[in-house]
Design a protein around this ligand. Structure first.
Ligand SMILES: NC(=O)c1ccc[n+]([C@@H]2O[C@H](COP(=O)([O-])OP(=O)(O)OC[C@H]3O[C@@H](n4cnc5c(N)ncnc54)[C@H](OP(=O)(O)O)[C@@H]3O)[C@@H](O)[C@H]2O)c1
Length: 305
């Protein structure tokens, strides 16, 4: 019989993944939803259909065989699993899509396995608009016989590709996610620096955007668009919250100093994340690095005035 699925944590990423699971996951029964703030679960269920909103996390887990989760950070993950693991979870498979520190992923695996359940750690690459389109890159790690049960929900459903770490420690997937952040933040910094230079040197940001679209399609073009359209400061809710970005950046820098690596370019970009927080507060978005560079170049943070 096809497994029953539940999803815990319906923030920007969780909601998008749920939509794709419902629409493309070939589910045999409604997707069970749980979110700490119930309103989000009810709204998502109304929007996508074929869901059941659970009133408690315990019921959501009890009603499913495979339980996906996507929560803010390590504390949220450990708090949530402490609650879940108070109850019988024997034989269940948990799929943790949250970004967690490598050691937290291994700790979580031990806690789950001690209860005769399984864990696949599966951080994802791609921001919410990519998640919405089902274009995430999934990095599953854990026992191969468990990963294989998760793969049907990856490529073509929530994602466009899998970097398969089957039979590797859970921490390896999280480590890749942390190191991947160096590429993402440095890419955002590069795009933002180029756009500011294009404006100051009178090439025009639209002309540079054309170049980026042709030569660097993918993330560079996506972020360039978010910058030139003003999306980096006009959204009601940030696409990638500055607090989350700074928290992850701190972990990256911690990993670098613990392992003896130097990340000079990344540390420069980190300072610009701090400027975004100072300027925009908690509503700041990671692509606000562009606004920070505009300020440094004597322009207004906002580009649409
Ligand atoms: N945004 C991105 O671009 C992106 C890309 C790749 C990976 N990720 C990773 O995906 C994860 C989620 O990101 P997101 O953008 O979806 O974040 P988000 O929109 O802020 O959503 C966070 C979710 O976690 C829940 N939560 C937070 N603390 C909790 C707690 N103590 N107990 C129970 N639930 C709690 C929130 O519930 P409430 O609704 O009740 O607050 C919400 O459902 C993070 O680990 C992030 O690093 C994000």
């Amino acid at each position: 019989m096809a497994p029953k699925l539940a999803y815990l944590g319906l923030g920007n990423m969780g909601q998008a993944m749920c939509k794709n699971l419902v629409q493309k996951g070939n589910l045999s029964s409604p997707l069970v939803l749980y979110n700490r703030t119930a309103k989000r679960a009810n709204e998502l269920s109304d929007r996508v259909g074929n869901c059941i909103v659970s009133s408690s996390i315990t019921n959501a887990v009890a009603d499913a065989d495979i339980i996906f989760s996507c929560l803010t950070d390590d504390n949220a993950v450990l708090e949530t699993f402490t609650e879940i693991l108070k109850h019988d979870v024997k034989g269940k498979l948990f799929v943790s899509c949250s970004t967690t520190q490598p050691e937290t992923s291994d700790k979580l695996a031990s806690l789950v396995e001690a209860q005769d359940a399984g864990l696949v750690t599966m951080p994802v690459f791609g921001e919410p608009s990519m998640a919405e389109k089902g274009l995430l890159t999934c990095v599953p790690a854990g026992r191969a016989d468990l990963v294989v049960k998760v793969l049907p929900y990856c490529t073509g459903v929530i994602g466009r590709a899998v970097i398969d770490f089957s039979d590797q420690p859970h921490s390896k997937a999280s480590l890749l996610k942390v190191i991947g952040n160096v590429f993402i933040i440095n890419m955002i910094e590069t795009v933002a620096e180029g756009l500011v230079l294009a404006e100051k040197a009178e090439l025009g940001k639209e002309n540079l955007h054309k170049f980026i679209e042709v030569i660097f399609p993918g993330p560079h073009a996506l972020y360039s668009k978010r910058m030139i359209t003003g999306d980096y400061y006009t959204r009601d809710e940030p696409a990638v919250a500055i607090d989350m970005a700074r928290h992850l950046a701190e972990e990256v820098s911690g990993l670098a100093s613990a392992s003896g690596a130097k990340l000079p370019a990344y540390e420069v970009a980190r300072k610009h994340l701090d400027m975004v927080k100072d300027y925009a507060g908690a509503k700041g978005d990671v692509s606000g690095i562009y606004g920070a560079l505009r300020l440094l170049g004597g322009l207004a943070f906002e580009n649409q005035n």
